[in-house]
Ligand binder design. Structure first.
Ligand code: ADP
Ligand code: MG
Length: 388
């Protein structure tokens, strides 16, 4: 496939802070790219640089074979000539314009003849089920309707690229799912090229053809949702996409173990982020990967079983969200309400229990500290509790 759109070595600073740090992105024609990262990592700044609303200090941005920004060649095409559609978190509709005038605005900027523009406005409004709202003002619309109008405005001029900056964040949960699904259907139907920014992993997995996981102005992993989900490239990515369980692992002469000494077969685990050279590693797992038991002999053969005690359990309908203290480490799991509900409901904090997992569910990374502190305070506390 031809690369439709390329960002190379993009750098943007504010004062002495480097907000976008030599960032590269390659987006294929028709691709829906999701930029996923925590608040403050530079997602909005990246989008604003692409749109031409910020001037980067370094790098280049090209659309097909057309350069819109190049710091060294001093090329900087103004925003209104970049043929980009934008959809913001805050909707940003003009309150004094009707829905029709709002959607028509990008065509007006591009000086499209009004007769032709009117047909396009109706088509765009129809695509997001807003055809009946054309003569209303934004204040007469619900949040979900306003955001759908903003989507129509972003798409109406058939831009080369559509930028979405957390467009679902201000909607309540039910509307968020509806508008998300509508954006997904529109993309499947129209095949526009998009960069969609979010801090929400569920949104990213649902919408993205590819995900770019961002950390402090850089891309940490750039891959398909499936590969990011199965093989996160770093502990940072693993934690960000829901692998909430963090288990420190120590290499002893008999092999890898937990801090408390339970053997863990790392040959069966996926090792990410390169070779684990030292005597310390970090394991990551999802809550779904842990099973709950009342005694060690209930764990499946070959699985790693850890003894611990109950911290809390929270009812969630078909499941309980359970927090366990396993030898000083906090582990989170989802327990089936049918199987465990009756005893979990009445179980007191501190009740003994067992968690187990298959080593194949574990993703292991080089330990960022290079060693595991076996005398860390939480472990000493746990030891003191078990002696008491
Ligand atoms: N115009 C600006 N002037 C100074 N600092 C800014 C400006 N815009 C953004 N920043 C800073 O850049 C960092 C990244 O911001 P932003 O790109 O909005 O992150 P995100 O969208 O990922 O939450 C933040 O620390 C923010 O305070
Ligand atoms: Mg932002």
């Amino acid at each position: 496939m031809t690369s439709q759109f390329r960002v190379s070595n993009l750098t943007k600073t504010f004062g002495s802070n480097t907000i976008v740090d030599q960032l590269d992105l390659d987006i294929e024609d028709g691709e829906f790219l999701v930029l996923l990262g925590p608040s403050g990592c530079g997602k909005t700044t990246t989008l604003r640089c692409i749109a031409g609303l910020e001037t980067p200090e370094g790098g280049s941005i090209t659309f097909k074979d057309h350069t819109v920004f190049d710091a060294s060649a001093r090329i900087n095409v103004p925003a209104y000539k970049r043929n980009i559609g934008m959809v913001f978190q805050s909707y940003a509709l003009w309150p004094n314009m009707t829905v029709r005038e709002n959607i028509r605005y990008p065509l007006k900027v591009r000086r499209m003849k009004s007769a032709m523009a009117s047909g396009q406005v109706e088509t765009a409004a129809g695509m997001v089920d807003c055809g009946a709202l054309l003569d209303r003002y934004p204040s007469q619309l619900s949040g979900g309707q306003q955001q759908r109008v903003a989507v129509a405005r972003g798409l109406v001029a058939q831009p080369d690229l559509v930028l979405f900056d957390e467009p679902l964040s201000n909607l309540d949960a039910r509307l968020r799912d509806q508008v998300r699904s509508q954006i997904h259907q529109l993309h499947q139907r129209l095949g526009f090229t998009a960069v969609f920014v979010t801090h929400d992993q569920a949104e990213a997995f649902a919408l993205g053809d590819r995900l770019a996981i961002m950390k402090a102005g850089k891309i940490e992993q750039y891959d398909t949702p499936e590969r990011v989900y199965e093989t996160p490239s770093s502990d940072y990515v693993a934690a960000f996409i829901g692998m909430a369980n963090r288990l420190e692992l120590v290499r002893r002469h008999e092999g890898w173990t937990t801090r408390a000494g339970t053997p863990v077969d790392l040959d069966a685990a996926g090792i990410q982020g390169g070779h684990i050279g030292g005597d310390a590693a970090l394991g990551r797992m999802r809550p779904d990967d842990l099973a709950l038991h009342r005694s060690l002999d209930e764990a499946a053969p070959g699985d790693v079983g850890l003894t611990g005690e109950l911290v809390t359990s929270e009812y969630g309908g078909r499941y309980f969200d359970v927090t366990v203290d396993a030898g000083g480490e906090r582990l989170y799991l989802r327990a089936d309400a049918g199987r465990h509900g009756s005893w979990l409901r009445g179980a007191a904090t501190g009740s003994p229990l067992v968690v187990s997992f298959s080593p194949s569910a574990l993703r292991a990374f080089p330990h960022p500290d290079g060693h595991v502190d076996l005398h860390a305070p939480e472990l000493a506390r746990a030891a003191a509790r078990s002696e008491a």
